[in-house]
Design a protein around this ligand. Structure first.
Ligand code: SAM
Length: 223
C-alpha cells in the first residue's frame, strides 16, 4: 500500500500538483463527467490547492474557480482563473463568494481528525449536510456536486438526501484514495429544479452529541 501512495505522491510532483489529492478529482471527473469548459466552480476545503489546479485547468480560460479554505492557500503558480478565500465556508454567502450561481460545487472538506472514528464520521457528515443546505441557492439546476465524506452509520442517509436533490447520487472511491481509508466521495449529477426536489429532511442543523475519544485510529484513517 505504501508503494501505491508513493506512486501518487511522485506522480503529483512530476505533474506539478500540490498533492496527490489531484488524482482523486481527475479520476472522478474522467469517469463521472463533472467539469466542462467554461464552468464556474466552487472548491470547498481547497488547501493546499490541487483540486483547484485540476479544476482551473479543466474549465479553461472561459471558466473560473472560487477556492475556499480555513487555511491560507499559496496563490503562486495557480491557474489565473482561480480566486482564493481564507474563510469558513459555512460563513460565506453568494455575495462574499463573488456572486453568481455555480455550475459545479466540489468539496474535499474534512474535519480535523481526532482519532475517534465515530466522532470524525459525524463531523464529516455534518459538514456535508451543511453544504447540502446551501446547494439549492449556490448551484444552478442541472449542476453537479462532488463531496467527500468519512463513511459510517450516517452515510446512507446522506446518500439518500443527495438522491432526493439530484438526478443521480452515488458513492465513488477514486483509485488514488487509500484502499483502507474510510473516505468516500458522493458524486451527484444534475441538481433537480426546485419543484422536483423532495427536501423534507435538511439534516444539517442537529446538535452533535459529544462522544468520548477512542485511543487509536485504524490505519489510513487520517487521509
Ligand atoms: N482538495 C484539497 C487539495 O486537493 O489540495 C485538499 C483538501 S484537505 C483534504 C481538507 C480541507 O478542508 C482542509 O484544508 C481544511 O482546512 C478544509 N476545511 C475543513 N472544514 C472547512 C470549512 N468549514 N470551511 C472551509 N474549509 C474547511
Amino acid at each position: 500500500m505504501r508503494d501505491v501512495q508513493d506512486h501518487w505522491f511522485r506522480q503529483a510532483k512530476r505533474e506539478g500538483y500540490r498533492s496527490r489529492a489531484a488524482f482523486k478529482l481527475t479520476d472522478i471527473d474522467d469517469r463521472k463527467r463533472i467539469l466542462s469548459k467554461g464552468d464556474r466552480v466552487l472548491d470547498c476545503g481547497a488547501a493546499p490547492g490541487s483540486w483547484s489546479q485540476v479544476a482551473g485547468r479543466r474549465v479553461g480560460r472561459r471558466g473560473s474557480v472560487v477556492a475556499v479554505d480555513l487555511k491560507p492557500i499559496d496563490p503562486s503558480g495557480l491557474p489565473e482563473n482561480v480566486t482564493l478565500h481564507e474563510a469558513d465556508l459555512r460563513e460565506m454567502d453568494l455575495e462574499t463568494l463573488g456572486a453568481g450561481i455555480f455550475d459545479v460545487v466540489l468539496s474535499d472538506m474534512a474535519p480535523d481528525t481526532t482519532g475517534d472514528p465515530f466522532g470524525d464520521h459525524h463531523r464529516s457528515i455534518r459538514l456535508c449536510n451543511d453544504l447540502l443546505d446551501r446547494v439549492p441557492e449556490w448551484l444552478r439546476p442541472g449542476g453537479n456536486l462532488v463531496m467527500k465524506v468519512f463513511e459510517g452509520e450516517a452515510y446512507r442517509d446522506l446518500l439518500l438526501r443527495a438522491g432526493r436533490m439530484f438526478e443521480r447520487a452515488k458513492g465513488f472511491k477514486p483509485v488514488a484514495s487509500r484502499g483502507e481509508s474510510v473516505e468516500m466521495f458522493v458524486v451527484c449529477n444534475g441538481l433537480r429544479p426546485a419543484e422536483d426536489r423532495d427536501e423534507e429532511d435538511p439534516g444539517g442543523s442537529e446538535e452533535m452529541i459529544p462522544v468520548p475519544p477512542r485511543p487509536k485510529p485504524p490505519p489510513g484513517w487520517n487521509d
